[in-house]
Design a protein. Structure first.
Length: 596
């Protein structure tokens, strides 16, 4: 074990729920010092500068991981400086407090071409692991530093706690990462913070009655017992249970500090509807097996959303959609459902994203990541926005269904240990960009590329010809290895083709290249091969990289003046000028035939 004394205690935020709520930012030094340590794991890799997690300053602890499915060392952050003696301090917890829940926030990211996931996210009691490992099995760490929450205000992580457990210097959190796939990757952490919730008051709904009436709630689990005085008192948690479904019959506001509504008990199926005519104001958690239906255009604040849940945005008209981590997210109804800006700019859907026919989901400029293992997207409407809808992040062959349209759809299997395939099971239209980052898109006769749309390829492959197209573009980016052959992405009515591969990488043609627009070589090499394959352009040829010298013909056949330009002199075997005019902006050498 390696131990790193911290000059400052890890940044902490404590929410203390007694007769009043105290929220403060706290840093300790001198007699109060935190402890950051790393512990080896089998085939693991150690953290560099783990003490960097002691403050939120964008100076990160890093762990470089080489090889497939390999872990980092455990990174332990302990000795948080809680105390039970001095009231009014942000680190004070009453000695006899009832502990309700613990939230751990980790600001994390990854760098490098590989992917990384959680290996262990678990609490330490007296220095030993205690309770539930909160590691997410499929979710990849983002490329931008993002604060992720583990646990909730009513989640004790599968064990029991006392104030003495937090005062103990061995209390803390253990974090380790694990690589996904075979590519090298670096896990990075900026800081950690912890919120301890205690002395909350729990109320439960009766089997019937209007939810906006205090008489419908009681302290006993069946809804009987003492009712709340008001919905505005601090530290109250209202559990909607003892009924299969419920809908508001009047406006409800749960406004107390650290107060909220929880749909379901985590076991029994429960549905809560906010109708169009009545609003719910406050925080709402969705427990496992439960459904939240939002028909009102004014949405509540979403808190913790458990697995095996569904959140439905169903308003008739425009409706905001909160950035969150969902299990199932459903969009229906008229108008535009617009994703709102949050802390990360990433909305995660761990199972299925559904967009109904006639509905529009607009991601704004943000990213939507879908991790469902089986048909994770069902889109019969429009998935638009300048951000990306990213799918195929699970280590299985999978599919997406529906006959909808996408602005920007990304197929990404970089997180998988083996090559995987995503199958289109319905006619799919791309109006913006189809990103083939990694893996195979099995499109059959299902893919339409609209005019002005684009296919952008890194390590991905298009499995079949484009079914319908009208002047789309193709861009080749960097990829793994030194050579990549073109494929079905060149099968349609092409406009522009751009090669921006790495300096030592080659794109190899597997067919003639016929373009109604331009050919731009900005990085890497384009090789027509010894077959050879020929290039026919109605636009301009710009070569700032390399075109391999073969026995091929470049034909210019545009209806307006075409330009040959680039970095330095250009060399061709055959050059045919069948268009209106050509303007040479660099010296050109023709080895064999010049046809005018």
């Amino acid at each position: 074990m390696k131990t790193y004394p911290a000059a400052r205690l890890l940044t902490m935020l404590f929410v203390l729920l007694t007769s009043q709520t105290v929220t403060a930012q706290f840093s300790a030094s001198g007699s109060q010092s935190g402890t950051i340590s790393t512990t080896s794991t089998t085939q693991g890799f150690d953290w560099v500068n783990p003490g960097n997690i002691s403050s939120a300053d964008n100076v990160l602890a890093t762990c470089s991981i080489t090889g497939a499915n390999k872990p980092s060392f455990h990174l332990d952050a302990k000795n948080w400086g809680f105390q039970t003696s001095t009231t009014g301090q942000p680190n004070y917890i009453p000695a006899d407090a009832t502990i309700n829940g613990i939230e751990v926030y980790v600001k994390m990211k990854k760098s490098g071409i590989g992917s990384v996931k959680d290996n262990r996210i678990i609490l330490l009691k007296a220095g030993a692991e205690a309770g539930t490992n909160k590691a997410r099995g499929g979710t990849a760490w983002p490329v931008n530093a993002t604060e992720t929450r583990f646990g909730s205000s009513i989640d004790a992580w599968g064990t029991t706690w006392t104030a003495a457990d937090f005062v103990n210097a061995g209390f803390g959190v253990r974090i380790s990462a694990r690589s996904k796939g075979s590519r090298d990757v670096q896990a990075e952490i900026d800081h950690i913070r912890i919120i301890i919730y205690f002395n909350q008051t729990y109320f439960y709904s009766k089997s019937s009655g209007n939810l906006e009436l205090t008489a419908t709630w009681g302290r006993n689990t069946d809804g009987t017992g003492t009712a709340p005085v008001a919905f505005s008192t601090n530290g109250q948690v209202f559990f909607l249970q003892n009924r299969v479904s419920a809908a508001l019959t009047d406006a409800l506001a749960i406004s107390g500090t650290a107060s909220k509504l929880v749909v379901g008990n985590g076991t029994t199926s429960t549905s809560f509807t906010v109708p169009a005519e009545f609003s719910y104001t406050g925080i709402v958690d969705v427990a496992a097996a439960s459904t939240l239906i939002l028909n009102n255009t004014a949405i509540p604040t979403l808190g913790s959303i458990a697995d095996n849940t569904t959140v439905q945005y169903t308003a008739a008209g425009d409706q905001p959609v909160q950035e969150a981590t969902y299990y199932n997210l459903t969009v229906s109804g008229s108008g535009v459902k617009l994703l709102q800006a949050g802390l990360t700019g990433i909305t995660v859907i761990n199972n299925v994203l559904s967009v109904a026919s006639g509905s529009t989901l607009d991601n704004g400029s943000y990213q939507v990541q879908v991790y469902g293992a089986a048909s994770g997207i069902s889109n019969n409407g429009v998935a638009t926005g300048t951000g990306r809808y990213v799918y195929a992040l699970t280590d299985v062959n999978t599919s997406i269904s529906g006959t909808g349209a996408y602005s920007n759809l990304e197929v990404d299997f970089t997180t998988t240990a083996a090559a995987r395939t995503l199958t289109l099971s319905g006619a799919t239209t791309i109006t913006g960009t189809l990103y083939l980052t990694d893996g195979i898109l099995s499109n059959g006769t299902m893919l339409t590329m609209n005019a002005g749309s684009r296919i952008f390829l890194n390590d991905g492959t298009l499995g079949a010809s484009v079914s319908s197209s009208s002047g789309y573009d193709v861009t080749y980016g960097t990829f793994t290895g030194t050579s990549k052959s073109t494929s079905h992405e060149l099968s349609g009515n092409l406009r522009h083709v751009t090669v921006e591969a790495g300096a030592a990488q080659t794109i190899v043609l597997n067919r003639d290249l016929v373009l109604s627009g331009d050919l731009l070589l900005s990085g890497g090499t384009l090789d027509p091969t010894t077959t050879p394959y020929h290039i026919m352009l109605a636009g301009n040829f710009t070569n700032n990289a390399l075109l391999t010298y073969r026995n091929h013909t470049l034909t210019l056949n545009g209806s307006a003046t075409q330009h040959i330009s680039g970095t330095g002199a250009q060399y061709f075997f055959n050059l045919a000028m069948n268009g209106v005019a050509a303007l040479l902006q660099v010296p050109v050498t023709v080895q064999n035939n010049l046809a005018l």
